[in-house]
Design a protein around this ligand. Structure first.
Ligand SMILES: [Zn+2]
Ligand SMILES: [Zn+2]
Length: 332
């Protein structure tokens, strides 16, 4: 392919996540390797943080960045992970659409791709096919390298049939950049409004702190689960992977650090299995359930608590496991 065609395809695929120069099957059969074109979005995201040299800082901008980190971390954990990947609670089709839209503002690609990659992780955790296992591939590959590999980019819609039956979700998955566009427009507008109201900030300052700085931290915070939650921490359950529980990771990811719990039983909305295991995502989902927008939150079966200390396989992502998730006892 000549350089002009290569550039054209790179630009189109930046907007259309389902645009590839080869069939998805052929791309998934490629070897794992860093693809320079796939690195560009990360380079732009990180270089954008240097914008603080020109725009400076203000309390309004810094607090916006912090708030957007935690709000969007909740979107990653409560929506992309606990809903789209594991179906640990139920909602209506309309709310599901807006949840998917909210998820795209996290700049972690579309909900179906995220769920497909994550289900694959559970199915093969810490085995050679696990694309982001630190045990198999080391820290840097599991943290960021795997996302720059072309092989991991196509969504395998056959692995997320329960989600792919909704055309509106497939659309958002394909054009996930809509989330970034929405967030940027909102931040610029917020900056204008605050400045008009006499608050010390500017639209560009909001853009740099609220989008670039916050999203960079959000990416690394999320990626720490891939690169560290199978290496650092304690193992309550003797699962057949290396997943671990970490209090620190749970704080920065709103509960996702209880990763050994999660690999033992992924079908529950909780990741902290005991009251002392802080799980902010779970508390927030419980509160949202009081509004009636979501329902059917799945609890932890007694047999899981009873299995502490016993050798037990990690719950693998299979049709049977999803069926268990759907029929599990609702949280009282
Ligand atoms: Zn894991
Ligand atoms: Zn999971």
């Amino acid at each position: 392919m000549n350089p002009f065609s290569r550039l054209k395809h790179a630009l189109v695929s930046a907007f259309d996540s389902d645009h590839f120069t080869d069939s998805p099957e052929a791309i998934r059969a490629q070897p794992e390797r860093i693809d320079p074109a796939r690195c560009m979005s990360f380079v732009i995201l990180h270089l954008g943080c240097l914008g603080i040299i020109w725009v400076g800082w203000s309390w309004a901008a810094v607090w916006t960045a912090v708030a957007l980190y935690f709000i969007r971390m909740f979107f990653v954990t409560g929506i992309y992970h606990r809903y789209f990947s594991h179906k640990t609670y139920s909602t209506s089709r309309l709310v599901q659409f807006f949840m998917a839209l909210a998820g795209t503002t996290c700049v972690q690609r579309g909900p179906l791709w995220w769920a497909y990659i994550h289900r694959h992780h559970h199915q093969h955790s810490d085995e050679p096919p696990d694309v982001h296992s630190p045990v198999q591939h080391g820290f840097w590959w599991s943290h960021i390298g795997w996302i720059t590999s072309n092989k991991n980019h196509p969504t395998d819609y056959t692995k997320v049939r329960d989600l792919a039956k909704f055309p509106e979700l497939v659309f958002l998955n394909r054009f996930d950049l809509v989330g970034s566009a929405l967030l940027i427009v909102m931040l610029l507008g917020f900056g204008f409004a605050l400045r008009a109201g006499g608050i010390d900030t500017s639209p560009l300052q909001m853009l740099v702190w609220g989008y670039f700085v916050s999203t960079t931290f959000l990416f690394h915070g999320t990626a720490c689960i891939n690169s560290m939650a199978h290496v650092f921490g304690r193992r309550r359950f003797e699962t057949d992977d290396d997943s671990r529980n970490s209090f620190i990771l749970s704080l920065i990811t709103l509960g996702e650090g209880w990763h050994n719990n999660h690999h033992r039983y992924m079908s529950t909305v909780r990741q902290g299995f005991y009251w002392w295991e802080i799980d902010i995502t779970y508390y927030a989902l419980r509160m949202i359930s009081w509004t009636g927008l979501i329902w059917g939150l799945k609890g932890v079966p007694q047999k899981i608590y009873d299995s502490v200390g016993n050798r037990a396989p990690a719950e693998k992502e299979t049709a049977a496991a999803i069926a268990v998730a759907i029929t599990a006892e609702p949280v009282a």
